[in-house]
Design a protein. Structure first.
Ligand code: SF4
Length: 326
C-alpha cells in the first residue's frame, strides 16, 4: 500500500476544507471499499481524512419523510424501527448486501460511493477506462457475465454494485451534500452517472464535496413493496440482478408503481417503461409480465450476459407479485 498521511476532521466544514485543498486526498468513512482499492493500488490517495467523528449519524423522521445521516452504519439503518416499519424495501435491500461484518462498518454515504466490482477495474495489469482513462475496456470483449445490459457505452460496461442504492432510487431519495461554498440537494436519479465518454466519473459529486445525509420522501407503498436479489450464492455476493418494487394500490388497481433495477447498469436503473405500463392496470401476473417485457425490450446484452434479459423479466414479475401480496 502506498504511504499516506492520516488526519481527522471534527466538523463537516473542516472536512470539506481539508479535502478541497488536496486533489489527491480521500475521505474515510467505514473504509470497506476504499481500503480494498488502496490495497490493490487502484486508489492511491496521499492523504486520508477520517470523517468518522462527524455528527452525521442520525436516523429520524422529518416533516416530509425520513432522514439518514451519511455516517450512520448500514446495519443500524436497516434495523432501525422507523426504517423497518416505513421503508421495508430499504431495510431488505441493505440486508441483502455484503456480509454482516461489512454492514457493521459500512456507512450510508460510503454505500453510495462504492465503486464497481468489475474484476478488470481491480486488476491493474488490465486496460480499464474507469481506472486509467483512455486505456481501453477489457470487459467489453472480455468475460462480461456480471456486466451491464442498459446504458453502457463502448468505454465502459460496468455495473454499479450497491443494493441500498437500488431501493433509494425507487424511493425517490435526495442526497444532501456540502462543499466549501454551499450545500446542495441532488435528486437520486442525477446522483450516479452513466459511463458515456467518462466512465472514470461514477457520480455527480465534485472533489471537495461531502455527503451529509439522504432524504427520503414519505410513500404510500410501504405495505406493498419488495426487494429481490438474484446472485450466485446466498451471502456476500453482488447482484447478478435485483429489483426494488413498490405498488401504490387501490384494491387491485395500480395507481402508481416505483421500480428500480440493480446489477444491470452503471447506476440504479429506474424501470420507467414498466412503471408507465402499470399505471391504472390491474395487479395481475399477466400485466406484471407485460410490464417486465416492456422494460427489458430495450436491454442490450454483451457476449456473456444474455441470460440477464430473461432473468430481468422473471425477477421483475417476482418482485411485483411479492409487492402485491405485501
Ligand atoms: Fe474498466 Fe468499466 Fe471496462 Fe470494467 S467495464 S474494465 S470498469 S472500463
Amino acid at each position: 500500500m502506498k504511504p499516506f498521511k492520516f488526519i481527522s476532521a471534527t466538523n463537516p466544514a473542516q472536512a470539506v476544507a481539508m479535502l478541497t485543498k488536496n486533489a489527491d486526498a480521500a475521505f474515510l468513512g467505514g473504509g470497506t471499499n476504499l481500503l480494498d482499492l488502496m490495497k490493490e493500488h487502484v486508489a492511491l490517495p496521499n492523504e486520508i481524512i477520517d470523517i468518522g467523528n462527524l455528527s452525521l449519524k442520525d436516523i429520524r423522521a422529518t416533516t416530509t419523510g425520513f432522514y439518514l445521516g451519511a455516517l450512520a452504519k448500514n446495519t443500524e439503518t436497516a434495523n432501525h424501527p422507523l426504517i423497518r416499519k416505513n421503508l421495508p424495501m430499504l431495510s431488505k435491500a441493505i440486508l441483502a448486501g455484503a456480509s454482516a461484518q461489512i454492514r457493521n462498518m459500512a456507512t450510508n454515504g460510503g454505500n453510495l460511493l462504492q465503486r464497481t466490482r468489475c474484476s478488470y477495474f481491480y486488476d491493474i495489469s488490465m486496460p480499464c477506462n474507469k481506472r486509467v482513462p483512455g486505456s481501453g475496456c477489457a470487459a467489453l470483449e472480455g468475460f462480461n457475465r456480471m456486466h451491464a445490459i442498459f446504458g453502457w457505452s463502448e468505454h465502459c460496461v460496468a455495473v454499479y454494485p450497491s443494493d441500498m442504492a437500488v431501493a433509494l432510487s425507487a424511493l425517490n431519495a435526495t442526497v444532501n451534500v456540502q462543499n466549501n461554498k454551499t450545500e446542495r440537494a441532488i435528486p437520486f436519479k442525477d446522483f450516479h452517472l452513466l459511463p458515456g465518454n467518462h466512465p472514470e466519473k461514477d457520480n455527480s459529486l465534485t472533489h471537495g464535496e461531502l455527503i451529509k445525509g439522504i432524504e427520503i420522501p414519505e410513500n404510500n407503498f410501504a405495505s406493498h413493496s419488495a426487494y429481490v436479489k438474484v446472485r450466485d450464492r446466498n451471502s456476500y455476493a453482488f447482484a447478478l440482478l435485483s429489483v426494488a418494487a413498490g405498488l401504490n394500490l387501490n384494491g387491485n388497481i395500480i395507481k402508481s408503481a416505483n421500480i428500480a433495477l440493480g446489477g444491470v447498469a452503471h447506476k440504479p436503473w429506474r424501470a420507467l417503461q414498466a412503471e408507465e405500463f402499470l399505471k391504472g392496470k390491474a395487479a395481475t401476473t399477466a400485466n406484471f409480465t407485460k410490464a417486465a417485457e416492456t422494460e427489458m425490450a430495450a436491454a442490450k446484452a454483451l457476449t456473456y450476459n444474455k441470460f440477464k434479459i430473461e432473468m430481468g423479466k422473471k425477477t421483475l414479475v417476482n418482485a411485483l407479485e411479492l409487492a402485491f401480496k405485501g
